[in-house]
Design a protein around this ligand. Structure first.
Ligand code: PMP
Length: 445
């Protein structure tokens, strides 16, 4: 397997030569909140698949729903003339579930990047239908991650995901990240940072012309960029500016939706109703590639009442609303609600953050600890005073030794990222913290 992997497989977000030199761990099985590698070693999955396996790997109702749907109807398309019953049922339940966020319609996709692409396209089309075809620009945040399609890559706030693929979409404005540990504003006060970015936004609106901007897109908590938790005033400030200038607000909740932040959606946690919301990942608990863009009444009514030549939605995927994915999502949604995972994410998240702060007090290597609910990051530094990002070797040592101690985490640059299933127990949290303790002890030599 290792040889064939090196010879034939290109891995996402990886350097082929580096993967040949450092073969990946081969995961063979999974149960509950644990995965087992081909050597038979079992570890707690503190990555939760890839932020998506919220209910763990033994979620029987979802597995049963997938099996039943495969037996009944494995596939049919939802393009215009046809649709399927699980899809209609799911749309109904999603509308109920997202009612509090003001989201009333769903457009189905095959994953997060598709959801982002869909939202960006719908935002432009919304303005065209509304008689403002010149509103084509997008505003986003540095350190935001919005997938890998060309639209998403254009609004991504990390140069690594953009520079090999330029030229991208023109007219994208990236504002500073709400990142207290490092920022251009000479302050570490999150409320002041929120104000400063809001001023940047206003300044750009004035400079670009409000009537050229289609939408603002942000993650309620920035995930892949290193779990950056904005101040509670931030998203409401952005919402208010969007409203004042007729700019749509897109919440990219591919990670946050369905309870990860401790609220049912990240936006709801900040008291904001977005115009469009991108979801994917945990919508099927990682069991089927699937996503949904949730659409507000405001946006829906413009499309539904319009008679303009821009009316038809010229956008869709073969697997938009795949019946097996829809059945998986329906069962996941019910199980997510029944287990009240958002409350558990909030409670376990508080314990996790406390444990990680304890490690920071113990190890110089940990410069910053951040988190909300069950998404957390440790930022590693070689010099605390200068905040110099730690080198690859230190990060790799922590990762390897933590794995040896029985927990898999994710590393991204100098960050260690933790996003376990939302069903973990207090004992699991202790297990994560103890394994990381062993990991940092190894790196401290
Ligand atoms: N948006 C956000 C916020 C994400 O975290 C991700 C995936 N990590 C995406 C979009 C893209 O999703 P996918 O990988 O399913 O295409």
């Amino acid at each position: 397997l290792v040889e064939n992997n090196a010879r034939h497989v290109w891995h996402p977000m990886a350097h082929p030569a580096e993967m040949q030199a450092n073969p990946p761990r081969i995961v063979h099985a999974a149960e509950g909140v644990e995965i087992t590698d081909v050597h038979g070693k079992r570890v707690l999955d503190a990555v939760g698949g890839l932020w998506n396996v919220n209910l763990g790997y033994s979620c029987e109702p979802v597995k049963a729903a997938i099996r039943d749907q495969l037996d009944d109807l494995p596939y049919y398309s939802a393009f215009r003339g046809t649709t399927t019953s699980p899809l209609i049922e799911l749309s109904y339940e999603l509308a109920e579930w997202f009612k509090e966020d003001g989201l009333v319609r769903s457009f189905f996709t095959s994953g997060g990047s598709d959801s982002v692409e869909t939202a960006l396209r719908l935002a432009r089309q919304y303005h065209k239908i509304n008689g403002q075809p010149e509103r084509t620009k997008f505003v986003s945040l540095k350190k935001g991650y919005h997938g890998t399609h060309f639209g998403g890559a254009s609004v991504n706030g990390n140069a690594n995901f953009r520079r090999n693929y330029e030229p991208l979409l023109p007219g994208v404005i990236h504002l500073a990240a709400p990142y207290a540990y490092r920022n251009p504003f000479n302050t570490s006060d999150p409320a002041e940072i929120a104000q400063a970015i809001a001023r940047q936004f206003e300044d750009e609106v004035a400079f670009q012309g409000a009537d050229t901007i289609a939408a603002f897109i942000m993650e309620p908590v920035l995930g892949s960029g290193g779990v950056i938790v904005p101040h509670e005033t931030f998203m409401p400030l952005i919402r208010e500016i969007c409203d004042r200038h007729g700019i749509l607000m897109i919440a990219d909740e591919v990670i946050c939706a369905f309870g990860r932040t401790g609220a049912w959606t990240g936006s709801r946690g900040w008291g904001v109703k977005p115009d469009l919301m991108c979801t994917a990942k945990a919508i099927t608990n990682g069991y089927f590639p699937f996503g949904a863009v949730m659409i507000s009444e405001k946006v829906a009514s413009v499309f539904e009442n319009n008679k303009s030549p821009f009316g038809s939605i010229g956008h869709g995927y073969t697997y938009s609303g795949h019946p097996v994915g829809a059945a998986a999502a329906l069962a996941t949604l019910r199980e997510t609600t029944r287990l009240n995972v958002a409350a558990n994410a909030a409670a376990r998240g508080t314990e996790l953050l406390e444990g990680l702060k304890g490690l920071q007090a113990k190890y110089e290597l940990i410069g910053d600890v951040r988190g909300l609910g069950l998404m957390a990051a440790l930022e590693l530094v070689s010099d605390r005073a200068k905040k110099t990002p730690a080198g690859k070797e230190a990060v790799a040592t922590v990762y390897e030794a933590t794995y040896e101690a029985g927990v898999i985490v994710r590393t991204s640059g100098a960050n260690v990222i933790i996003s376990p299933p939302l069903v973990i127990t207090a004992a699991d949290v202790q297990r994560i913290v103890s394994a990381l303790d062993a990991g940092f002890a190894a790196a401290a030599g």
